[in-house]
Write a protein that binds this ligand. Structure first.
Ligand SMILES: *Cc1c(COP(=O)(O)O)cnc(C)c1O
Length: 373
C-alpha cells in the first residue's frame, strides 16, 4: 500500500519515492522515543542491515552521499598534490569531493556500451601523482570492475565506488559498493531508497570505517568525549532518517524488481523504433535501472530537445543525461571526451519510479513513438 502524493492530475514525474505503512510506523516510533538527532536504535539497525545488504563488514551512516564521498577520500588520506581519476560523465558531487580534500580530479572518458568509466581510459591518465580512482555505477548499471581492479593493483591505487545510483546492483554476482575497498551511497529523495537526505559509506576495512566515524563526528573519538583528535565535520545522519531508511531497506528487493520491470517494459515497447538507442545490460551485470535513459539519434526524426518538449507538453517529466563535468565552469577543460560528450548530447532519462503504472508507461511510449503510429 503506497501513499498518494499531491500532484497535478495526469502529471508523470521523473522520480517519486515509495512510502507505505512501515515508514510511518518506524518514523513515528523514532519520534516518540525522543531520539531525533544522531543517536538512537534506528541508526545502529540501519547501519547493520545496510552492511548485511551490501555484504560488507562495516557501514557508516552520514548526512548525504556527498559527505560519504568526502569521508572516503579523507579516510584514505588523499591530500593536496594527489590526483584522483574520475569519470567526466557523472553527477558533479563525485568530482567536487576530490576538490574538498584539495586533490586534483583527472577526467576519463566513458564506455560506449555501459556509460561508466572506461578502464582503458583510466590507464592513460595515470601519473606519478595518481592515488585513487572513483568509479561511478551510472544510472544503476555497474562499471566493469575486474579490469579496473587490475589497473588499481598494478599501479597501487585505491578504488572508491560511487554507488549513489546503484543500491543492490551486481557485478558478476557481487553487490556494488563491496568490490573496490570503499563504497559510497546516497539516500536522496529520488534514489533507489531514500531517507530524505542521507548517505552511507561501506567497507570491509576496519581502519577506514573507524576514520570515517571519527571525521563525521567533529573528529571526536568514541572513547574520550569532547576530546577532538582531528578537525572533523558534522556529517551525521539522524535517527529519524535512519528509521525511514530501515523501512525502505526492508522492501528494497521489491523496489529493485519493480525498477527492472519498468525498464523491461520500456525496452520491449521501444525496441523497434528507428533512431532510439536503448540502454544495454552487460552480460556480467545486474543493473537496478535507477533511471531508464535512452539515446535520441540523428535519424529519429526530431531532435532530443524537441522530444523532451513534446513529452513536457504531455505532462511527462524528463531530464537530460548529465553534462560532462569538464564542460562546466568550475572544471572547464579543452580536452575532448568523445563518448561522454555524445552520450550527453543524445541522452534523456524517462520517468523511472517504482510507482509507475502500466498505463503511465504506455502513455509515455505513445508520446515518444507518435511519428510511427
Ligand atoms: C546523488 C549522487 C551523489 C550525491 O548524493 P547526495 O546525497 O545528493 O549528496 C553522488 N554521486 C552520484 C553519482 C549521485 O547520483
Amino acid at each position: 500500500m503506497g501513499m498518494r502524493y499531491n500532484r497535478k492530475k495526469g502529471f508523470i514525474p521523473i522520480a517519486q519515492p515509495n512510502f507505505g505503512v512501515e515508514e510511518l510506523i518506524f518514523v513515528t516510533d523514532a519520534l516518540k522515543s525522543g531520539w531525533v538527532s544522531s543517536q538512537g536504535k534506528y541508526i545502529d539497525e540501519f547501519e547493520k542491515s545496510f552492511a548485511r545488504f551490501c555484504g560488507t563488514r562495516y557501514a557508516v551512516s552520514v548526512a548525504n552521499g556527498t559527505a560519504a564521498l568526502h569521508l572516503a577520500l579523507l579516510s584514505l588520506g588523499i591530500k593536496p598534490g594527489d590526483e584522483v581519476i574520475v569519470p567526466t560523465l557523472t553527477f558533479i558531487a563525485t568530482v567536487n569531493a576530490v576538490k574538498y580534500v584539495g586533490a586534483k580530479p583527472v577526467f576519463a572518458d566513458s564506455e560506449k556500451s555501459n556509460w561508466c568509466i572506461d578502464p582503458q581510459e583510466i590507464e592513460k591518465k595515470i601519473t606519478r601523482r595518481t592515488r585513487a580512482i572513483i568509479i561511478v555505477h551510472l544510472y544503476g548499471h555497474p562499471a566493469d570492475m575486474d579490469p579496473i581492479l587490475k589497473i588499481a593493483h598494478k599501479y597501487n591505487l585505491y578504488v572508491i565506488e560511487d554507488a549513489a545510483e546503484a543500491h543492490g546492483a551486481e557485478y558478476k554476482g557481487r553487490k556494488v559498493g563491496s568490490i573496490g575497498g570503499i563504497g559510497v551511497f546516497s539516500f536522496y529523495g529520488n534514489k533507489i531508497i531514500t531517507t530524505g537526505e542521507g548517505g552511507m559509506l561501506v567497507s570491509n576495512n576496519k581502519d577506514i570505517a573507524r576514520k570515517a566515524r571519527l571525521f563525521k563526528n567533529h573528529g571526536m573519538g568514541h572513547k574520550k568525549k569532547y576530546w577532538h583528535k582531528v578537525i572533523g565535520y558534522n556529517y551525521r545522519m539522524t535517527n529519524l532518517q535512519a528509521a525511514l531508511g530501515l523501512a525502505q531497506l526492508r522492501k528494497i528487493k521489491r523496489s529493485i524488481t519493480r525498477k527492472r520491470e519498468v525498464a523491461a517494459s520500456y525496452s520491449h515497447a521501444l525496441s523497434n523504433i528507428k533512431g532510439i538507442t536503448l540502454p544495454k545490460e552487460a552480460p556480467w551485470a545486474k543493473s537496478v535501472f535507477w533511471m531508464y535513459c535512452i539515446l535520441v539519434e540523428d535519424n529519429f526524426g526530431i531532435t532530443k530537445n524537441a522530444l523532451m518538449q513534446r513529452l513536457k507538453t504531455s505532462a511527462i517529466e524528463t531530464r537530460p543525461i548529465f553534462y560532462p563535468i569538464h564542460k562546466m565552469p568550475p572544471y572547464r577543460n579543452k580536452r575532448r571526451f568523445p563518448v561522454a560528450e555524445a552520450l550527453s548530447q543524445k541522452g534523456i532519462c524517462l520517468p523511472s519510479s517504482v510507482t509507475l503504472k502500466k498505463d503511465d508507461i504506455e502513455r509515455i511510449v505513445r508520446v515518444i513513438t507518435r511519428n510511427y503510429v
